[in-house]
Write a protein that binds this ligand. Structure first.
Ligand code: SF4
Length: 209
């Protein structure tokens, strides 16, 4: 199975099973919303991130608005996502840094921002600037290793290996397809291998027969 076919099967199956990544996430290319949502989403379920982001974006539309909110008040507003106090601190630092400026469109510049790692930076590059990059989160890392597309220890290594193996033009599709599949079929615990349409190419499946 080539990578395009694999991605199409994973996308179809995740949509059919109503994966939160397809049903909850409001499609936007607004740089502020994409960056803030990506930070809120770290170590948090998509359902929680979507609910918190919706509440936050009612009154907070840009980094200028974020700058005006007290850190404690912000922490209360985003309570419900993991590490909300830490994230409130990060968002306040980002507001200081980015109010009145453009969000950078390069990985090197993005990862210099407070609280922005490669995954968040690649989400911004992909969703805001349309770049053909791979945002590797825990779902992408786990499934790429289970399938045997990579044999890596860290998300960073997975990103480097996937960039070598996935052809240009398909890289942007990886994150959503793998996240959706990871939320519904190839779950972290007890993956649904017997129902999986890509088990015939899965290393984990053959090792655990
Ligand atoms: S066979 Fe199991 S481990 Fe492999 S991709 Fe499918 S659900 Fe995941």
């Amino acid at each position: 199975m080539d990578i395009e076919t694999l991605l199409s099967v994973m996308e179809d199956e995740a949509k059919r099973r109503k994966a939160p990544v397809y049903t909850l996430k409001k499609k936007t290319t607004d740089p502020f919303r994409v960056l803030v949502s990506a930070i809120l989403s770290t170590r948090t379920r998509d359902e929680q991130t979507a609910a918190v982001a919706e509440k936050l974006f009612k009154d907070v539309k840009n980094f200028g608005d974020l700058k005006k909110i007290d850190e404690e008040e912000l922490a209360e507003l985003i309570r419900g996502v993991g590490f909300y106090r830490n994230k409130a601190r990060i968002l306040k630092s980002l507001a200081e840094e980015l109010d009145g400026k453009e969000i950078p469109d390069s990985l090197d510049e993005l990862i210099k921002l407070p609280g922005v790692g490669r995954k968040v930076a690649n989400i911004v590059l992909s969703e805001v600037f349309g770049k053909d990059v791979i945002a590797v989160d825990t779902h992408v890392h786990r499934i790429a290793n289970r399938l045997g597309i990579v044999s890596t220890k860290t998300p960073e290594e997975t990103e480097m290996e996937l960039m070598k193996r996935v052809p240009e033009g398909s890289r942007r599709r990886i994150n959503k397809a793998f996240v959706g599949y990871g939320q519904t079929v190839c779950r972290p615990q007890k993956p649904l291998c017997r129902e999986c349409r890509i088990s015939n190419m899965c290393r984990y499946y053959f090792r655990n027969l």
